[in-house]
Design a protein around this ligand. Structure first.
Ligand code: GRG
Length: 329
């Protein structure tokens, strides 16, 4: 089983320097805001995006460097803080009580405060970036904020609609997840002043990984049984059509399709409708078909890496692709 610990190894020292960089730059004056900020920054996620930034910086650096430097740490901070702010806002939108195994910000301090904390993180992120004078990086990374918002809005408009199709699904996941991973990979290359074509190729690599990452997230919603012994099925409860269900709907005869969609409409209040759809997706091969699409994105991502010379950074990015397919958190 591939682990994040192993993948991080070539940039372990840089990740520590990056953490110190964030602590040095991110603080707030008022009591409540600084309490929320400390809380948000102390509940650690997997840290995949900063790790991608630093691995990409290492792989694209013109020659081996002792440390990747302030530009790389800034790029890592810019992407991770956009991610953190988007999760805070997402929990408000979904009225989620938990995030990363702890009460969400909205559960602890109410939605109206959590929204402002998310805004504050975005604003402070931008202002630290602007004061650094590294305008190319700031412009490159901050483009992703609008794309994330667009992904979230299209999802809210389309994901529960019965006319949901692959094109819309791929558009949503490209915007809400893959774009920021693409920008993480390209910003790392840009931080070490890689040529433009390499920066663009890294973006494509990161986007392919991000597409696979989100498809695996959607698969895990059907299969993950860690806490309760049952899958979470949050997407079904929210009437969201993701790839495992979409793949089954596409192959169903019109009457069966109508039946499945009727069940989906009942999923928020009827646990037996959730169980039946869950079963239909598994038995109908939805998980397997979604996993095939995910693996194809990862195959493309690994293939792109062959354009770089062999290095521990490249090995780690290849291993990241294995991790995305295997991960269960
Ligand atoms: C405020 C920037 C901003 C955006 C507002 C709410 C919103 C628009 C966008 C949210 C989009 C969203 C929730 C995408 C999901 C991305 C995703 C796969 C999250 C999980 O990522 P992990 O597993 O999380 O890397 P950890 O907890 O490990 O950091």
């Amino acid at each position: 089983m591939m682990t994040l610990e192993l993948i991080r190894k070539p940039v372990a020292g840089d990740l520590e320097a990056y953490e110190a960089f964030v602590t040095r730059h991110f603080h707030a004056e008022s009591d409540l805001l600084s309490q929320m900020l400390r809380y948000a920054l102390s509940s650690r996620g997997k840290g995949i995006r900063p790790m991608i930034v630093l691995l990409s910086a290492g792989m694209n650096a013109p020659e081996p460097q002792a440390g990747l430097g302030q530009r790389a740490y800034l790029a890592a901070m810019l992407v991770e803080m956009i991610h953190v702010a988007s999760l805070i806002h997402d929990d408000v939108i979904d009225e989620a009580d938990e995030r990363r195994g702890r009460p969400s910000l909205n559960a602890r301090w109410q939605s109206r405060n959590a929204v402002i904390a998310g805004d504050y993180i975005l604003a402070r992120n931008m202002s630290i970036g602007m004061s650094s004078g590294q305008f190319d990086l700031v412009a490159h990374v901050c483009d992703a904020i609008a794309v994330l918002c667009e992904g979230e809005i299209i999802q809210s408009d389309k994901a529960a609609r019965t006319e949901m199709n692959r094109e819309a699904y791929f558009d949503i996941i490209r915007k809400k997840t893959a774009s920021l991973m693409g920008v993480s990979a390209s910003a790392g290359a840009m931080a070490v002043r890689a040529p433009r074509e390499r920066v663009e190729r890294m973006r494509q690599f990161g986007e392919a990984v991000g597409m696979a990452f989100q498809i695996q997230d959607d698969i895990l919603d059907y299969t993950r049984t860690a806490h309760t012994g049952k899958p979470a099925n949050n997407d079904l409860r929210e009437h969201k059509i993701t790839l495992p269900l979409l793949a089954v709907l596409e192959q169903a005869a019109p009457q069966r399709r109508a039946e499945l969609l009727e069940k989906l409409a009942l999923c928020d209040g009827d646990p037996s409708a959730v169980d039946e759809l869950q079963h239909a997706v598994e038995q109908g091969g939805g998980i397997r078909m979604a996993a095939d699409v995910m693996r194809e994105y990862l195959r493309q991502a690994v293939e792109m890496l062959a354009e770089w010379e062999s290095s521990p950074y490249r090995d780690s990015l290849v291993n990241l692709c294995a991790y995305v397919a295997e991960r269960d958190i």
